[in-house]
Design a protein around this ligand. Structure first.
Ligand code: AHG
Ligand code: MN
Ligand code: MN
Length: 320
């Protein structure tokens, strides 16, 4: 079933369907550009600029950001947007009557662009709090994750897949290159309750708190009845790709506070919140190690937080 038909059958209103239409269009454009990378399309490499978080921007970071902003602006239903690549939140004056606010990581996994490894786009969708037709306020953007009306990601990989939730299950679509349509391939995907994979950048092991050190050791030590190891490590370095594998196979992804990133590396509003929303809607869990991600009241647009997400049994073991 095609994306628009699926959303209509789920009772999603036309305004939100139109927001998904913008995501569909922009992601196909980005996918086209990604698939031509390396063919002299000049999309590899650094842009020569930094974002507000002091991270070097890649050309594809900026290209994807521009693409998504253009489509969200054009759809007429989005009043404003905050992006990893934009210093400040944007207000779309031409759609001040729009109901929706977007949080976006336009290109997740920037370090993997030039080496042909899976990358993604992550988005969260909220309803505005301020009155339609008025200027947007900080509170429109700084909403707790539990108020998301929808979230999702696009995984540009072996195939391009869109994984989304409108608060009623998490669903996977694959982009059919022949028809150019996203087709439903997995409705109500469920995180396996338990799993074998732990995804963590272990170079930071010395920085982990005692509980996480204990859990990492537990993953290394635990054996099955036949003496073989219970767990295996898999870490791609693109949150989208690591999360996607764990969603299908069962596993846990952790990016804790480290000496280099004392508050954690990942951003609450456009990485942790949408991924937690998708996880919870698939029977998984998302936490900062002490509380549910979706309960955190944000104070800053580019706020970082420690992040644990995955299969519920593994999450319980890791967080204790
Ligand atoms: P982004 O490319 O949007 O900045 O995100 C990169 C994030 C995430 O996707 C990934 O899991 C993590 O950074 C990898 O960080 P390390 O290289 O420090 O492990
Ligand atoms: Mn990211
Ligand atoms: Mn990014």
């Amino acid at each position: 079933m095609e994306l628009k038909k699926f959303l209509a059958e789920k009772g999603v209103g036309t305004a939100l369907v139109s927001v998904f239409g913008a995501i569909e269009t922009a992601s196909k454009i980005v996918q086209g550009e990604v698939s031509r990378a390396g063919l002299g399309a000049d999309i590899f490499g650094a842009k020569g600029s930094e974002n507000i978080q002091g991270e070097e921007q890649q050309k594809l970071d900026v290209y994807a950001d521009e693409c998504f902003i253009k489509e969200f602006r054009a759809c007429g239903q989005v009043a404003g947007l905050a992006s990893e690549e934009q210093d400040n939140a944007l207000q779309f004056d031409e759609s001040l009557n729009g109901d929706y606010i977007i949080m976006i990581d336009p290109l997740d996994g920037s370090s993997n662009i030039d080496v042909n490894v899976a990358i993604g786009t992550i988005f969260a969708i909220y309803k505005r709090i301020s009155d339609n037709g008025s200027e947007l306020e900080d509170g429109d953007f700084l909403q707790a994750g539990k108020h998301q009306v929808a979230a999702g990601y696009v995984n540009y990989s072996v195939s391009t897949q869109l994984v989304l939730s409108t608060g009623n299950g998490t669903h996977i679509f694959t982009l059919d290159p022949k028809s150019g349509e996203y087709r439903l391939i997995n409705e109500n995907v469920q995180f396996p309750a338990d799993g074998k994979v732990y995804s963590i950048n272990e170079v930071n092991l010395d920085d982990f708190d005692d509980n996480l050190k204990r859990y990492a050791q537990h993953c290394k030590d635990k054996r099955k009845a036949d003496g073989k190891r219970m767990y295996t490590g898999r870490y791609i370095g693109s949150l989208v790709a690591d999360f996607h594998r764990n969603l299908l196979k069962g596993g846990i992804y952790v990016y804790p506070a480290t000496v280099d990133s004392p508050k954690g590396k990942l951003r609450l509003l456009y990485e942790c919140n949408p991924m937690s929303f998708l996880a919870v809607n698939a029977g998984g869990k998302g936490s900062d190690g002490t509380q549910d991600i979706l309960e955190i009241e944000p104070t800053e647009l580019h706020q970082r937080c420690p992040f644990y997400v995955g299969s519920p049994v593994m999450m319980d073991e890791a967080i204790g």
